[in-house]
Write a protein that binds this ligand. Structure first.
Ligand code: NAD
Ligand code: DAU
Length: 340
């Protein structure tokens, strides 16, 4: 296998962070560059194990900083770009949409220009099932790659906008691209603002867990390692211009997820507190992954094994999440929720 230079944007965040480690372990012959601005959602503690490796490089930069990004691309001449960097939390996009447009839309455009300038061999844009909007509760309906884009939140609108830019750079300039649209991820290093790590961390501290509305909204959960293997496959094997949905048929109501965590940790379901619903809360997401399966992808985790593995990880890595929830996160939580 020839030596490749791979740029991973957002590699200090949850999924990008897991992907950087996955790539370092699987492809010792590749040089892996992690480009990240280190916003509230990014940290390098998660890369302690790999930071002294000869083939790991970290670049602190803002993807929307055109001058810096252009000169980095011209200097390093990356073969592949895998683009995760984004503002990723729906609730934050409802209170502060502007940064989502700057990072997710303008930032992606800067990266596309830079990738075009140096003729990268593949640009994989990591997107989300949320661009398709919502499904009703009919369990026979799924998002396919042909489902129209109907994003409902400022976050998903910004991701859909970036998807369209990626598509346009392929159609107009012939940039070799793929877009992946994955369902909800969970696993190690998931930032505790999101439902699963929020529930685990609060339950472990005997704190109440906020469940929006009636808790019946459905998400389709995928372990982050299975998302990493999907992106790896798309990066190396997918035809340019193609879109792939990623999901493992693990639909659960939010209440089921929260109760599973509480029961695994042998705590009381009285910790559940129903709170005001999220504005524009999408009812249900569910992915049809047939196209990706035909490319050769098989997920390893079902939800039961994945959530057990994840809960154990949070028990074994308290230091990581405790330093997050004791910092600026406290102010975020207080501004977002009426419970203590
Ligand atoms: P995250 O919020 O955990 O991490 C985002 C990372 O991007 C952080 O390290 C942050 O520092 C970095 N970043 C933010 N703005 C930046 C900027 N301007 N320049 C450089 N770096 C910047 O996000 P995540 O949950 O790991 O999601 C990663 C990607 O996957 C996103 O594009 C998201 O839309 C997509 N996605 C997420 C999920 C999910 O369930 N979390 C599912 C499908 C798709
Ligand atoms: O579907 C993929 C998307 O999944 C990604 O594109 C996003 O980046 C990622 O954040 C995630 O979005 P969600 O909004 O689905 O994830 P979140 O963990 O915020 O919420 C999951 C569900 O749980 C959702 O229906 C809202 C609900 N919820 C969430 C929080 C934070 C609660 O009931 N209480 C909460 O406190």
């Amino acid at each position: 296998m020839s030596k490749k230079k791979v740029l991973v944007t957002g590699g200090a965040g949850f999924i990008g962070g897991n992907f950087v480690q996955y790539m370092i372990d699987k492809y010792p012959d590749y040089d892996i560059y992690n480009l990240d601005e280190l916003t509230y959602a990014g940290d390098l503690i998660k890369h302690k194990r790999i930071q002294s490796k000869d083939n790991y490089y970290f670049v602190k930069a803002d993807i929307a900083d055109r001058k810096t990004i252009m000169s980095l691309f011209k200097k390093e001449k990356f073969d592949y770009v895998v683009h995760f960097a984004a503002e990723s939390h729906v609730d934050r996009s409802i209170t502060n949409p502007e940064i989502f447009i700057r990072t997710n839309v303008l930032g992606t455009q800067v990266l596309l220009d830079a990738a075009k300038e140096i003729n990268v061999k593949k640009f994989v844009h990591v997107s989300t099932d949320e661009v398709y909007g919502e499904l009703d509760f009919d369990p026979k309906t799924f998002f396919t790659e042909d489902t129209p884009l109907q994003p409902n939140s400022p976050y998903s609108a910004s991701k859909a906008s970036s998807d369209l830019l990626v598509r346009a750079y392929h159609e107009t300039y012939g940039l070799p691209v793929n877009i992946t649209r994955c369902s909800n991820n969970y696993g190690p290093y998931h930032f505790p603002e999101k439902l699963i790590p929020l529930t685990i961390s609060r339950v472990l501290n005997d704190e109440r867990v906020p469940v929006y509305g009636d808790g019946k909204n459905i998400r389709d959960w995928l372990h982050v390692q299975d998302h990493c293997s999907a992106i790896d496959l798309v990066l190396h094997n997918a035809k340019s211009g193609e879109v792939y949905n990623v999901g493992g048929h693990n639909e659960k109501t939010n209440l089921e997820v929260v109760k599973t965590i509480i029961n695994t940790l042998e705590k009381s379901e009285e910790l559940i507190e129903f709170v005001e619903d999220r504005l524009g809360h999408d009812k249900r997401y569910a992915i049809d992954p047939t196209k990706l399966e035909k490319l050769g992808w098989t997920p390893i985790y079902d939800f039961d094994s994945g959530i057990a593995n994840t809960i154990q990880w949070y028990l074994d890595n308290k230091e990581w999440w405790e330093q997050i929830i004791s910092g600026e996160y406290k102010n975020y939580f207080a501004s977002q929720y009426s419970i203590k």
